[in-house]
Design a binder for this molecule. Structure first.
Ligand code: NAD
Ligand code: ZN
Length: 231
């Protein structure tokens, strides 16, 4: 068996598909700080604005396609003779559309919704509105995107910690290293001697923590790395 791999992807892997990273817009959206639309407090205060923000992002997602980086990771999962776990901070479905099967969406998925009253979750391709009714409990006004907002606990943390503990190679792709706990994964991996590789178009806050740094667009660097790993 080859060394087991854990991959963490961030907004940068989807940038070349045309999905905006938060920082592309200077962390702002129509004059709102992102933290002001991506929190449970914002949803409580002004559900309409929060829905508008995510409705727009959901509709835009349906117009874009995976790029060569997503496709290469799907190939790695398919052809690599060892464990591959893909953890993503992205709420888009571009890894799925590229063919990846085992994906841990630690920040949720924009094409899913959940009910704040009964916690029921289901697929969501339509706009959400604050007057929508839940299919499960029939109560109104509680449907929200199934996204982990600032101040909420990410999904799959236990499983992620376990795979990081077992990994021999950790690869961080297109992530700025500003959002915790994901930003701490490289340290967790290093603590057991895991070889850490970073792919990013720029230096990041965490670049010095990686053993191998590959500067360049994900659509080029990820396929190159996958070719090496499959050799
Ligand atoms: P981020 O916006 O903080 O950082 C993006 C990183 O990607 C930067 O370091 C940038 O240099 C790099 N990058 C940009 N274009 C690249 C390219 N073509 N090739 C390689 N690297 C590139 O994103 P983050 O670290 O994922 O964290 C921000 C939070 O925003 C996350 O919690 C995430 O859930 C959320 N988010 C998700 C999406 C999405 O689902 N596609 C989009 C925006 C933000
Ligand atoms: Zn409900």
């Amino acid at each position: 068996m080859k060394p087991s791999i854990v991959i963490l992807t961030g907004a940068g892997i989807s940038a070349e598909s045309g999905v905006k990273t938060f920082r592309d817009a200077g962390g702002l959206w129509e004059g709102h700080r992102v933290e002001e639309v991506a929190t449970p407090e914002a949803f409580g205060r002004d559900a309409e604005t929060v829905h508008r923000f995510y409705n727009q992002r959901r509709q835009q997602l349906l117009t874009v396609a995976p790029n060569a980086a997503h496709t290469a990771l799907a190939k790695l999962e398919r052809d690599y003779q060892g464990g591959v776990t893909l953890v993503t901070q992205n709420v888009d479905d571009l890894h799925e559309r590229a063919g990846s099967k085992k994906i841990l969406h630690m920040h949720g998925e924009i094409l899913r919704k959940k009910c704040t009253w009964c916690d029921a979750k289901s697929d969501c391709r339509q706009d959400l509105d604050k007057t929508d009714r839940c299919d499960s409990c029939a109560r109104e006004g509680g449907l929200r995107p199934d996204i982990v907002w600032f101040g909420e606990i990410p999904y799959h943390l236990e499983e992620i910690d376990q795979v990081l503990g077992d990994a021999q190679i950790f690869i961080g792709i297109g992530t700025s290293g500003h959002v915790y706990p994901a930003a701490g994964f490289v340290e967790r991996a290093r603590s057991n001697g895991t070889w850490c590789i970073e792919i990013n178009k720029d230096q990041t806050a965490l670049s010095t923590r990686f053993d191998d740094q590959r500067l360049g667009p994900a659509s080029v660097e990820v396929p190159n790395l996958v070719t090496e790993l499959l050799r």
